[in-house]
Design a protein around this ligand. Structure first.
Ligand code: HEC
Length: 158
């Protein structure tokens, strides 16, 4: 039963990983999962933004279908409720976290940044398939929304 063996092995390695993280950063399993989830979400933002960013910078030719799909993904991602990601005790005091304590000191401001991105990505998704110029115009506010939240709420890489 190779499949069962594999499953057991995976469960065992995940458990080891989680225990190691717990020992290193004094995180609970729920805190570690929340951090993993938000970083995965950010990675998906980055992947989809990169697809259209390459067209904006003329590194790849404009492709309406690819641009529309990436913009729709960004809008869908930005519409996800992120409340569960930003759990107490997972700020920069934890090794590996770049989430500034300002997030928890100013949750309303942080959530306003999420809304800003949701608005920008929805507008972007509406025009991304309408030619390179329209796509470029819609792209600007999306990139600015990522940067504006990072400036206020993400610590620089160490
Ligand atoms: C509402 C605020 C906010 C918005 C909007 C936002 N981010 Fe982030 N982002 C963060 C924070 C905070 C972190 C640090 C999280 C941590 O270290 O736990 C982060 C981390 C990241 C990371 C690093 C992930 C990792 O694995 O270390 C990437 C890449 C990233 N963001 C890309 C983006 C892109 C691209 C966008 C826009 C499409 C975006 N983010 C929008 C707050 C935001």
């Amino acid at each position: 039963m190779p499949i069962k063996g594999l499953t057991l092995l995976s469960v065992a390695s995940v458990f080891t990983l989680v225990s190691a993280a717990f020992a290193a950063g004094h995180l609970t399993q729920d805190q570690q999962r929340a951090m993993d989830a938000r970083n995965a979400h950010m990675t998906l933002y980055s992947f989809n933004l990169g697809k259209v960013g390459a067209m904006v910078q003329d590194r790849v030719p404009y492709d309406a279908d690819v641009a529309s799909a990436a913009a729709a993904n960004l809008a869908a991602l930005a519409a996800i409720d992120e409340a569960g990601y930003w759990v107490e005790g997972t700020d920069t005091s934890i090794e590996g976290s770049r989430a500034k304590p300002e997030i928890w000191a100013d949750m309303a401001g942080f959530e306003a940044e999420q809304v800003k991105l949701a608005t920008a990505t929805a507008a972007f998704a509406a025009v991304a398939g309408d030619g390179l110029d329209a796509m470029k115009a819609g792209f600007g506010p999306v990139g600015q929304s990522c940067s504006s939240c990072h400036e206020s709420y993400r610590a620089p890489r160490e």
